[in-house]
Design a protein around this ligand. Structure first.
Ligand code: HEM
Ligand SMILES: [Cu+2]
Length: 564
């Protein structure tokens, strides 16, 4: 564990002196970011940068697929390569972008800073968790030399037993590595949040992002080992002549589906809970209001974590599930929408009557609200067995999960980038360019994924390179949307690179935020603070003093202003 320095820890954190704990100190050099560095901030940045590059690779595959789908015939990619692209696009987006960027990237960078710790509880384990994602990515990329895995990101047997064995095995090992990284990370977050908070921080003063990371980590810890088990059994079936899932050897394919979805439904929460955490930080700061329903938001993350473990069969309504199972899992799926709704209402109530600043971070948070709610509602329709049976494996499902994954998780990651970039780099981003990015993203996202609901509802199956000509127009709209999305990342990339060099210098707390990461300098020094901060109020006590000039501010250092 990283020890606190000998500096005194009795300084009071008063609102008039939010940056009191900053001090000039050594920073890491550029080459430190290429080493087995154990600083949580370096590891967070390593995750954010590498996963963003993986995102671009996954995005290029998507553009290639949408180009193929611009016409009904298979004339751009050959169908085998098309299958490899769907499989690896999905895999990269989930396992190499959203999960590691949200948990590994923002989680590592922010959690210690938000709880007043100098690092994570197990810094070396943390570095190990990052570095095993690198061979995972290399395996995925090099598997294309062997044709690439082609059985979809779900890799159901028997298809996964008969397509491209070498590439499929590489894919499996990559997932086991990514899963191991996720388990190591979870243990670290749980111990860190429980044990490493500054002593003065009570549970109800814990920032909501940390609550979200706690729920995420518990969920990852329960669910991920099951994925590893499924993957190892599948690897044996492919390479060592076993028949756990091989039908002609007496194996059972439905068992694979249970094991896979027992992990992979919770995985959708691994992809959205940390993002919900980002929302709960970004919205109050830019709406200048205390968060509405702090406890409701914190506990609903835990509720999602528990109920989310009991809904997985909604992915298997068409796999011969008996009626009682369909009823049970329809009901549990609808129940999980309740704690999610609680969060949505709390964010809307926080916005309500706020002094909203339409910063790029806030724009992406609002875009998340609208697109995630849309995807959540189509999710409720899918969770209802009688409806799901009709649209299962159609483009309706693809429309649904892109609204939650792209409109939800990716918007949230973007909001996080615009919000914490000044903290991480010490430079402000360019706001007008951010708005261009937001507009292109919002228009492109809806144009790409909205027509898919219509296509699926009219019977277009998913995972196909060729389709019936009656579906041409809807597909062309989606393809145009995808090109807009491809262009939309350019302003973001230009903004990041330009701001890194030329951006206006950021103060310790450019947004006037109240969580602890803003009390140190931007970027924070290696040890985070000279003296550990002392907490005297909740993390969202907005609207009381900020408009009063510092000299006239009342001394709130003893007030604990928690929203009730
Ligand atoms: C927050 C994040 C969510 C993410 C990331 C997500 C992601 C996904 C993904 C990747 C699939 C595709 C499965 C496949 O390949 O067959 C899917 C399908 C499905 N989702 Fe979601 N989902 C989310 C939320 C929800 C919600 C809130 C519900 C319901 C309340 C829901 C219900 C379903 C159902 C029932 C299916 C299965 C459809 C079928 O196979 O016919 N999802 N989701
Ligand atoms: Cu699910």
């Amino acid at each position: 564990m990283v020890q606190a320095t000998e500096a005194p820890t009795d300084a009071k954190l008063s609102l008039s002196a939010l940056t009191d704990y900053s001090f000039p100190q050594k920073q890491w050099k550029w080459y430190d970011y290429f080493t087995f560095n154990i600083d949580h901030k370096v590891i967070g940045i390593q995750y954010l940068v590498t996963t963003f590059i993986f995102y671009l690779v996954g995005g290029m595959m998507a553009v290639a697929m949408r180009t193929e789908l611009a016409t009904p015939d298979s004339d751009f990619l050959n169908p085998t390569l098309y299958n490899a692209f769907i499989t690896n696009h999905g895999t990269i987006m989930i396992f190499l972008w959203i999960v590691p960027a949200a948990i590994g990237g923002f989680g590592n960078y922010l959690v210690p800073l938000m709880i007043g710790a100098r690092d994570m509880a197990f810094p070396k384990l943390n570095a190990l968790a990052f570095w095993i994602t690198v061979p995972a990515a290399l395996l995925i990329f090099t598997s294309f030399l062997f044709g690439g895995a082609q059985a979809g990101w779900t890799s159901y047997p028997p298809l996964s037993l008969v397509t491209s064995n070498v590439a499929q095995s590489m894919w499996i090992v990559a997932l086991i590595l990514a899963g191991t990284s996720s388990i190591l990370g979870s243990v670290n977050f749980i111990v860190t949040i429980i044990n490493m908070r500054v002593p003065s921080m009570k549970w109800d003063q814990l920032p909501l992002f940390c609550w979200a990371m706690m729920a995420t980590s518990l969920l990852a810890l329960f669910a991920t080992p099951v994925l590893a088990a499924a993957m190892i059994l599948l690897l044996f079936d492919i390479n060592f002549g076993t028949s756990f899932f091989r039908p002609d050897g007496g194996g059972n394919v439905v068992v694979y589906q249970h094991l896979f979805w027992f992990y992979s439904h919770p995985a959708v929460y691994l992809m959205i809970l940390p993002i919900f955490g980002i929302m709960s930080e970004v919205i109050p700061v830019h709406a200048r209001k205390p968060i509405f329903g702090y406890k409701a938001i914190a506990y609903s993350s835990l509720a999602i974590c528990v109920v989310g473990l009991f809904v997985w069969v909604h992915h298997m309504f068409t796999s011969g599930t008996p009626p009682w199972m369909r009823i049970f899992f329809t009901v549990s799926t609808l129940i999980v929408a309740v704690p999610t709704g609680v969060k949505i209402f709390s964010w809307v109530a926080t916005l309500w009557g706020g002094k909203i600043r339409y910063t790029s971070a806030m724009l992406f948070a609002i875009s998340l609200l609208s697109m995630f709610v849309f995807g959540g509602i189509s999710g409720v329709t899918l969770g209802t067995a009688p409806f799901d049976i009709h649209v299962h494996d159609t483009y309706y499902v693809v429309g649904h999960f892109h609204y939650v994954l792209f409109g939800g998780s990716v918007s949230g990651l973007y909001a996080g980038i615009y919000h914490w970039f000044p903290k991480i780099t010490g430079r402000m981003m360019n706001e007008p360019l951010g708005r261009v990015h937001f507009l292109l993203n919002f228009i492109g996202g809806n144009l790409t994924f909205m027509p898919m609901h219509w296509l699926g509802g009219h019977g277009m199956p998913r995972r196909v390179a060729m389709y019936d000509p009656q579906f041409t127009h809807g597909n062309q709209l989606a393809t145009i949307g995808a090109y807009i999305l491809a262009v939309s990342v350019l302003p973001l990339i230009v903004n990041i690179l330009w701001s890194l060099v030329k951006g206006e210098k950021a103060s310790g707390n450019p947004w006037n935020a109240m969580t602890l990461e803003w009390t140190t300098s931007s970027p924070p020094p290696i040890e985070n603070w000279a003296v550990l901060p002392v907490i005297t109020r909740g993390p969202y006590a907005y609207g009381h003093v900020e408009e009063i000039p510092p000299a006239e501010r009342p001394d709130l250092s003893d007030a604990i202003a928690m929203p009730k």
